[in-house]
Design a protein around this ligand. Structure first.
Ligand SMILES: Nc1ncnc2c1ncn2[C@@H]1O[C@H](COP(=O)(O)OP(=O)(O)OP(=O)(O)O)[C@@H](O)[C@H]1O
Length: 373
């Protein structure tokens, strides 16, 4: 549905050009909900505004619904944009028009006959749950309701693609969930492809099928959401996921781990792991299997949730056992499709010194210091 190749965009700034997009390649399938996430300034808005050519790229091509947009004349582009609806963070409603009047506006501008406009408006308002508020003005409705108007307006021209630029960033968490549910519903019922820009992993987790992580105008990681959550590869992705389970374990959890570790008999070691898993991997009775290897399991902290109706978990787990049993336990987690990293230094009991850890020979994750300590 969307095919982007070699897309670059530079703005002219006071101190020379600003390279907002640097060679983006992206293919989004028909019917997908595709999330694009990144920190402030990463290039998200630049990218989404280039997909409907509100920004004209410096280089590269943008194909939407089979049409290469950069080659179209102004009139052809206006026609092509009927296939692309857009939802904005701050709703962009006309305060002088009612809810129904706002939804009708793009159809009026496109010259759709009045009778057809009236026939289209009511089903749209019903779809977004605003059938009773058609005659209210924007000042008389809530933020969530305003965004519902924005979504109905974006759908009025029956687009194939809906671009959502931080559509929920101005809303509270509960309203955010409701609006994301609505977008999911629109995607399923109408088959509209949705491209969703956000800086929040929670948003991606709730609604997206696949996600691209953008950083410095480049896509640094891309994949199905569950894979990216359970096996993040890029530091930016990892830091965005920390929104779900923070990088620093609470001091109380570390104290608990230290307390347990301090009481272990000679020859028994403690190893604090941060473990993540998702999908099929959640079906196995992993912790009882690890326990049967002679390793004590203490789940100290974490989240268990779902992504795309599949189980997903991120846990801080203290494993205690003999050296070779700990190694077997870690290998077993890997076999079962769990990913893990060590949180070592933080649980070393005071006074035990380096030797205490030197005796545990679990392989160390090279990134461990940058992640979960
Ligand atoms: N009109 C402009 N002129 C010059 N530079 C711009 C312009 N718009 C954006 N930029 C710069 O381009 C880069 C990407 O900006 P963009 O707005 O796409 O990022 P973003 O990821 O959407 O950020 P945010 O979440 O803060 O909106 C930034 O360095 C920004 O300062």
């Amino acid at each position: 549905m969307i095919d982007i190749q070699g897309l670059s965009l530079s703005y002219s700034g006071r101190q020379g050009p600003v390279h907002a997009l640097r060679g983006i390649d992206l293919r989004i399938q028909s019917g997908e909900v595709f999330g694009i996430i990144g920190r402030s300034g990463a290039g998200k808005s630049s990218l989404v505004r280039t997909i409907n050519l509100l920004n004209r790229p410096t280089a590269g091509r943008v194909e939407v619904a089979g049409r290469e947009l950069t080659t179209l004349t102004a009139a052809e582009l206006r026609a092509a944009r009927q296939d692309i609806g857009m939802v904005f963070q701050h709703f962009n409603l006309l305060s002088s028009r009612t809810v129904a009047g706002n939804v009708a506006l793009p159809l009026e501008l496109a010259g759709v006959p009045q009778a057809e406009i009236e026939a289209r408006i009511q089903p749209l308002l019903e779809l977004v749950g605003l059938a009773q508020l058609a005659d209210r003005y924007p000042a008389q409705i809530s933020g969530g309701q305003k965004q519902r108007v924005g979504i109905a307006r974006a759908l009025a021209s029956r687009p194939k693609v809906l671009l959502s630029d931080e559509a929920t960033s101005a809303l509270d968490p509960e309203t955010t969930r409701a609006i994301l549910d609505l977008l999911r519903d629109v995607n399923r019922r109408l088959g509209v492809t949705i491209v969703l820009i956000t800086h929040q992993m929670q948003v991606i987790k709730q609604i997206a099928d696949r996600v691209a992580v953008i950083d410095g105008g480049r896509i640094v990681e891309m994949g199905p959401v569950l894979d990216v959550f359970t096996r993040p590869q890029h530091p930016t992705t990892r830091s965005l996921i920390e929104e779900i389970l923070p990088a620093s374990l609470p001091e109380s959890v570390l104290q608990q781990a230290r307390g347990i570790a301090a009481q272990l008999p000679p020859g028994v070691y403690a190893h604090l792991l941060r473990v993540s898993y998702g999908g099929e991997a959640a079906n196995a009775p992993v912790w009882s299997e690890v326990a049967s290897l002679g390793v004590q399991v203490n789940v100290l902290h974490g989240v268990i949730d779902e992504i795309q109706r599949q189980p997903f978990g991120m846990l801080a787990v203290l494993l205690c056992g003999a050296d070779h049993d700990l190694q077997a336990a870690a290998a077993h987690l890997t076999t079962r499709g769990y990913t893990w990293t060590s949180v070592q230094e933080t649980v070393t009991p005071p006074g035990s010194g380096a030797d205490w850890w030197a005796n545990t020979r679990l392989p160390r994750d090279p990134d461990e210091k940058t992640i979960y300590v």
